[in-house]
Design a protein around this ligand. Sequence first.
Ligand code: GAR
Length: 207
Amino acid sequence: ILSIAVFASGSGSNFEALVNQSRRQHWPEDITLLICDRPESQVLERAKRLGIPSAVFRPSDYGGKEAYEKELLTLLQEGGIQWILLAGYMRIVGSVLLKAYRWRIVNIHPSLLPAFPGKNAVEQALDYGVRWTGVTVHWVDEGIDTGPIIDQKPVLVEPGDTVEQLQKKIQFVEHHLYPAVVRKLLTGKILPPDAEQHGENKMEGLN
Ligand code: GAR
C-alpha cells in the first residue's frame, strides 16, 4: 500500500489537521507514519490518540545527517511511504531524502515566502512590521524554505497582535490550507515542478 509520512518536531496541530482531513475526505493514500526528532514533543501524544504509528529519530544518535537520513530512508521504504509532509519539522532535509523523494516532499511555512524564511517566521514578520503575512505550502529543495511555491494564503496582522495571537491566526489558516493542497497533490490536480518539462501546466487545478 502506498502511503504518507508526516515529519514533525513540535505541538503537532498541523499533523492532527492532516490526519483528520485525510480520514474525513477519504484520501487515496493514508497517513501511516509520524516521524519525530524530539522525544518530548506533544505531537507524539497526538499520534497515539489518533492511532498513527510513530518513530522517534534523534540525529544525535547517529553519526551525522547522512547516517541519520539513511536509517530514516530504510524505515520509509519498508513502510511503502510515497510522500513526506513536513509539518513543523525544524530540520533541514538532507541529500539522502531529497534524492530518494525528489518532488515528493512538501512543507508548510508560517509566512508569505520568500519573506521570513527559517525559524521564528511569525516573530520575524511582527518585528518587521508587515501589515500582511500568511502561510505558504511549497516543494522542498536543498535550500531553507526556497522550493517552488504551491499555494499561499494571506493573514492580516492587526495592531497590537502578539506573537501568540498572530501564530494562532496563522495556524488556523494552515489547518485548512495544508490538507486542501495535499488532497490536490494526491489526486494529480497539482503536479510536481518537473512535470512542466513534459508540457503540463502545474497551475492547473489550483482554483
Ligand atoms: C507551524 O506553524 C508551521 O508552519 C511551522 O511550525 C508550526 C508547527 O506547528 N513551521 C516552521 O516554522 C518551519 N520553518 P504544529 O506543530 O502545531 O503543527
